[in-house]
Design a protein around this ligand. Structure first.
Ligand code: MN
Ligand code: MN
Length: 466
């Protein structure tokens, strides 16, 4: 039962569409490296496409009707968007869910220190990373600093061609005898992921100042931060600064069939999900795109999938549509259908031993359905119903969308989780679906342009037909 490679059947016009869509995605991925940057991007684009902020709709007292578009922003780090359908919402909605947080290094709250006239920023890594992959790379700082008066200072340093970049050093090979004896997970340790940001001491020689005045590099860096960003050292206490790979997403391979970028997981599902929703003018079932934060650390917190944000927002939407009752909300959620979209592991010819070749994902063969994820006997997985998978086959075949089915590696080789089970907790039908990735969770991940485009096509088909 081998699945077909999409490239083999594309016409030249289709290849052009695939490449054009990929160019838009690359621009998005290059600009949006944090969950906040993603939400800001999507809000701006949604408003242009006619989506109204749900808060404003509630305040205005206007009634939502079929074809109306609304979005809700969850602390600027997660969001949901709805296109109201002609059916009563009680009959269920079609949901595309994905996450917009990615593995990275976060600055600690008290990060700045000087050691032997070098100034560094201390970090705590976020999500599952192979720590040794994050050294000797150009890194950028993205995030916000919130002042005591509530004013937000956005931070994005390391992306413009003339910006400085930062990085975590690694030990020179010449002195690595002991280091290279260590196990992979200890070669670079979490507490050693310190980002070098300065080395130039302030001149101490003012009259009266001691020659051995301490921390003169730090002093100079702080003066610079104050001058350029109007921030004090204490402002790091209320900051969220993410250290991410610097530089844009790029075409990969002689044939430019792939994209290398930071944060494909899971923006290569979030982006086509969002774009698919924009193509839906007036659906039968209300169409929804849900973009969440904190998946990489367990879907926790107010902006993660475990929060009540989705449920409460749907209640508000139903209320604005004049359809809210507690029972109606419960019926709506139970009768909903979801594609929980997250990345899948692509077959890697360098590491074939962890894959079972009949049941793994391949570049170019389209969107990947994972009936189940999990580890050690499917533990922790949402195991989608065969009936639902049957319906997805019907929809995808009808719309000529390339798809494949896969597991995350061989049995007992490892595993992973997604937000699918949380949709499942509501009693709705849900299946994991997404795009295959090479180098998953590495600073630079790779996807196939064909898979990205087939995901986009598949998400549109789902919103129309499910
Ligand atoms: Mn993911
Ligand atoms: Mn992940």
């Amino acid at each position: 039962m081998e699945r077909k490679n999409a490239w083999k059947s594309y016409t030249s016009a289709e290849v052009k569409r695939v490449f054009d869509f990929s160019d838009q995605y690359k621009a998005f991925l290059s600009d949006c490296k944090t969950e906040r940057e993603c939400v800001a991007y999507f809000v701006k684009k949604a408003e242009k496409a006619g989506f109204k902020n749900l808060k404003d709709v509630i305040a205005s007292g206007k009634k939502l009707k079929a074809g109306d578009k609304v979005y809700a922003d969850n602390y600027g780090k997660a969001m949901s968007l709805f296109v109201i359908g002609t059916d009563p919402i009680e009959r269920g909605i079609n949901i595309l869910g994905a996450h917009i947080d990615s593995p990275r290094l976060d600055l600690k709250q008290n990060p700045l220190y000087e050691d032997q006239e070098l100034v560094l920023l201390d970090t705590h890594y976020y999500g599952g990373v192979k720590k040794y992959q994050w050294v000797t790379l150009p890194l950028a700082l993205h995030g916000v600093i919130v002042k005591k008066d509530g004013k937000k200072v956005p931070v994005c340093i390391g992306e413009k061609p003339d910006d400085p970049v930062f990085g975590v050093s690694d030990l020179l090979i010449h002195l690595s005898a002991t280091q290279l004896e260590k196990k992979g997970n200890k070669v670079v340790e979490g507490e050693d992921l310190n980002v070098l940001v300065g080395s130039m001491p302030e001149k101490p020689a003012k009259d009266g100042e001691k020659e051995d005045a301490k921390d003169l590099v730090k002093k100079k860096i702080l003066a610079l931060l104050k001058k350029e960003y109007k921030i004090e050292e204490e402002d790091f206490l209320s900051a969220e600064i993410e250290v991410v790979p610097a530089g844009p997403a790029r075409d990969y391979g002689f044939d430019r069939s792939m994209i290398m970028g930071y944060g494909h997981d899971d923006r290569c599902c979030a982006y086509p999900s969002f774009e698919a929703l924009l193509t839906i003018p007036r659906p039968r079932r209300t169409a929804c795109c849900l973009l969440v934060d904190k998946e990489e650390i367990g879907s926790v917190g107010a902006t993660g999938m475990e929060s009540k944000f989705f449920e409460n927002t749907l209640a508000e939407v139903m209320n604005c549509a004049g359809q809210y009752k507690d029972l109606s909300l419960r019926r709506a959620i139970t009768a909903s259908k979801a594609l929980s979209s997250d990345v899948s592991a692509a077959f890697d010819p360098n590491y074939p031993s962890v894959m079972e070749k009949k049941n793994c994902a391949y570049f170019g063969r389209g969107l990947v359905f994972n009936k189940y994820t999990g580890a050690r006997g499917k533990s922790g997985s949402n195991d989608a119903n065969a009936e639902y998978m049957g319906e997805m086959r019907r929809i995808f075949d009808k719309h000529k969308v390339f798809f494949q089915t896969a597991e995350l590696g061989k049995v007992d080789q490892g595993g992973g989780g997604t937000i699918a089970y949380i949709f499942g907790n509501y009693g709705m039908q849900v299946i994991d679906s997404g795009v295959a990735v090479l180098n998953m969770h590495a600073p630079w991940e790779i996807i196939s342009k064909a898979d990205l485009y087939e995901a986009y096509k598949g998400y549109i088909a789902f919103l129309k037909e499910a």
